[in-house]
Design a protein around this ligand. Structure first.
Ligand code: 13P
Length: 243
């Protein structure tokens, strides 16, 4: 089965109001894309970006949410607040959140439930470290993350899975096509629903995107650095549209 590709940009902790121009340039270049498009700016820009992109082909998402709906959680943002600000998606369990904020699989599962309850699509991230890969534990690690982070009830309508090898994030290094294919085949076998899209993330750029999109069971990309500039992100989108 071929699923519509999703090209998602994760701006991480980058971007000010002035960078909304980049988002507008992505929308302007892609009035009717074959792929589904998403930008996940920092929380401070979600409302403004959503307003700026209203009626365009580019959806807006958050990068994290709290598991609770509301309450005494200083500095946190709930899934309902993201939806209220115009988000349709939220990235959960990114390796930077797992590392910087000690998020566990159980935390990610609770956040995923909260995202679904708010009507958001959860983009649940998994991926091995270099030490784990070198020890031959890649599939065991990813299998455990998937089992622990994805609650019952995941479907293609409410969930996307992103495979992001930690060692490939922001390093310019990417796995071989065979390595990506192996993990994505494993994810396809273990995902609870055949319509859940499987994104690859980690140093995707205009030069390698076509090759990555051509790999079996790769249904899109989660792009960090190369999503910050419309020119690069548009080139990656063009590669997805061509597959
Ligand atoms: P880079 O594309 O900058 O390697 O980041 C990948 C990533 O972590 C996306 O979530």
């Amino acid at each position: 089965m071929s699923l519509r590709k999703l090209v998602a940009g994760n701006w991480k902790m980058n971007g000010r109001m002035a960078q909304l121009e980049e988002a507008l340039a992505v929308a302007a270049a892609n009035p009717d894309p074959a792929a589904e498009l998403l930008l996940c700016p920092p929380a401070t820009l979600i409302a403004a970006m959503s307003q700026a992109l209203t009626g365009s082909s580019v959806a807006v998402g958050g990068q994290d949410c709290h598991a609770a709906e509301a309450g005494a959680h200083t500095g946190d943002i709930s899934a309902g607040m993201l939806a209220d600000a115009g988000a349709s998606h939220v990235i959960l369990g990114h390796s930077e959140r797992r590392a910087d904020h000690r998020e566990t699989d159980a935390d990610v599962a609770a956040k995923t439930r909260a995202a679904w309850a708010a009507g958001l699509v959860a983009i649940v991230c998994v991926g091995e470290t270099e030490v784990q890969r070198d020890a031959g534990k890649t599939l065991a690690v990813i299998g455990a993350q998937l089992a622990g982070s994805l609650p019952e009830g995941a479907t293609g309508a409410n969930t996307v899975i992103a495979y992001e090898p930690v060692w490939a994030i922001g390093t310019g290094r990417t796995p071989t096509g065979e390595q990506i294919a192996q993990v994505h085949a494993f994810l396809r076998q273990n995902a609870p629903d055949a319509t859940i899209r499987l994104l690859y993330g980690g140093s995707v750029n205009p030069g390698n995107a076509s090759d990555i999109f051509a790999i079996d069971n790769v249904d899109g990309a989660l792009v960090g650095g190369a999503s910050l500039k419309a020119r690069d992100f548009n080139a990656i989108i063009a590669a997805a549209n061509g597959t």
